[in-house]
Ligand binder design. Structure first.
Ligand SMILES: Cc1ncc(COP(=O)(O)O)c(C=O)c1O
Length: 481
């Protein structure tokens, strides 16, 4: 998300595109305030970039089926918060204020709760230095690599085998992270208007990847305890989807795990309906204290169902190491590799050398992560329960975040108010389709404990101001930059 320099040309969002982004923005309150909140949220979470010119008031009113006064009031509200500038002759331009710029106290600390990603594993620098020694031998060849270095494919395959899913390196394609893997699967297998069944809430960028491939999403809601296997099975039979996307372990954002019995049931239905399963294991190994083991989909009898598994080192080792993978049948691996050059020319040799060197240490790394994530979770849970007793804070046993119930449809308003206090956080609606989940918010527990303390303290203040109708200092006119 970039803030254009003064005088740079605004980017105009088309009215139809804006209507889609707004989704279900009405929640029974005052329409102009809800619209302003939603527009502010789209700006804060980057779906509308700073410098975006909004449609003319009359045009947006017609598209949304509301009065022009509603739009005028919504735009006025945004102007008063300091995030909309009206420029003579160029309409109304959304602009992100520079937070903290006027405050030299502890407030100047920007806190990013929008990313659930831990800092790099402490041993990674030493491992990277050692991996670097193997670079010269790789440099004897051209470096273009669509499938992945043989050593790395072997180690990824070994890890699947250790987890109960015997795997050959030929069944592994190395990718630039799990998101790349999901997008590659989507654009290779999906055609325009194909249906993809997704659990909601879900990981937003996976949903974006399916939409970008031209697919339509069919939602299957999670229950408070996780997957609703009956609903999923029914949806697979009724909607005849081309793909079903699942996050069986430490689902992002809810942190839930799918019981083995549900996995087996879904495999049977997938086999019967011919629906391939795309299983996202990016967060699968982040067990803190679940106290039971689950079986990877790839390790269960497939009964003839097609199972494609994706994963990465992002959440275990470091998100800056862009290494992920796809495990699939050999003919699919070839198709995915062949589809790559239209969008990418293959893997980074250096990143792969580091990942290959680090993978044999994964069990030790995971034990350390469990301690670290457990400390973050415990700290966040106790602070939230103390400072925000009205919120519903779940017990999670793995993953990176808490999916917290607010008790009111104020997630977007909270995100806007938090931003004014130097905390960037993603509202619940980003994890749903069409604006659902306004009553929830995802709070990651990956930051160092003092940052969690400060960030959750500011969230409590932001919540208080949302509840009392005060929207916080930075978005008020005095702080327009
Ligand atoms: C469930 C899930 N899938 C995929 C990704 C993307 O991961 P990567 O950084 O490996 O591209 C993430 C990252 O947050 C995730 O949580």
């Amino acid at each position: 998300m970039s803030t254009p320099s003064p005088g740079s040309a605004p980017f105009t969002v088309r009215t139809t595109a804006l209507t889609t982004l707004l989704g279900e923005w009405r929640h029974g309150g005052r329409a102009h305030a809800e619209l302003a909140d939603k527009l502010g949220l789209l700006l804060i979470d980057g779906r509308l970039r700073s410098g975006t010119r909004l449609p003319a008031e009359r045009e947006l009113a017609a598209a949304l089926g509301v009065s022009r006064t509603t739009i005028v009031s919504a735009y006025r509200g945004l102007r008063e918060r300091g995030i909309l500038r009206s420029v003579q002759g160029s309409g109304s331009v959304l602009e992100l204020p520079a937070t903290g710029a006027q405050d030299h106290s502890a407030r100047a600390l920007e806190i990013d709760f929008s990313k659930a990603a831990p800092a790099a594993w402490s041993e990674l620098p030493a491992i990277a230095a050692s991996a670097l020694e193997r670079l010269p031998e790789q440099m004897a060849v051209g470096g273009v690599d669509l499938f992945g270095l043989p050593d790395l494919r072997e180690r990824i395959a070994e890890r699947f085998t250790e987890r109960g899913a015997p795997t050959s390196p030929d069944n592994i394609l190395v990718t630039l992270g799990a998101q790349h893997a999901i997008a590659l699967v989507a654009r290779t297998l999906l055609g325009r208007s194909d249906r993809v069944v997704v659990e909601t809430p879900g990981y937003p960028h996976a949903l974006d990847a399916f939409l970008a491939a031209g697919a339509r999403l069919v939602a299957s809601p999670l229950t408070p305890s996780g997957t609703d296997a009956s609903h999923l099975a029914e949806t697979m039979r009724d909607a005849r989807p081309s793909l079903i996307y699942l996050m069986p372990d430490f689902h992002n954002p809810t942190g839930t795990s799918m019981p083995d019995a549900d996995r087996e049931r879904l495999l049977s239905v997938a086999a019967a309906t011919g629906t391939p399963l795309l299983v996202d294991e990016t967060t699968a190994e982040l067990d803190i204290d679940r106290g039971r083991t689950t079986t990877p989909f790839a390790a269960l009898p497939s009964r003839g169902a097609g199972v494609i598994t994706v994963g990465s080192v992002s959440k275990t080792m470091w998100s800056g190491l862009r290494v992920g993978w796809i495990r699939a049948e050999r003919h699919l691996i070839d198709r995915f590799a062949l589809a790559r050059p239209a969008a990418d020319m293959g893997n980074s040799t250096l990143d792969q050398l580091v990942a290959a060197e680090a993978l044999p240490h994964l069990p030790r790394l995971l034990a350390q992560r469990a301690v670290q994530l457990g400390a973050g979770r415990d700290h966040a849970v106790s602070l939230l329960r103390e400072l925000l007793p009205g919120w519903d804070v779940p017990d999670v046993h793995g993953g990176l975040a808490l999916w917290v119930g607010l008790g009111a449809p104020l997630s977007s308003a909270l995100a806007v108010s938090a931003r004014a206090r130097g905390v960037t956080i993603t509202a619940g609606s980003r994890f749903g389709i069409d604006g659902a989940f306004e009553r929830d918010i995802r709070i990651p527990f990956t930051a160092p404990l003092p940052v969690l303390t400060e960030g959750i303290g500011r969230l409590a203040e932001a919540w208080e101001s949302v509840g009392t109708g005060r929207r916080g200092p930075v978005l008020e006119p005095a702080l327009v930059v």
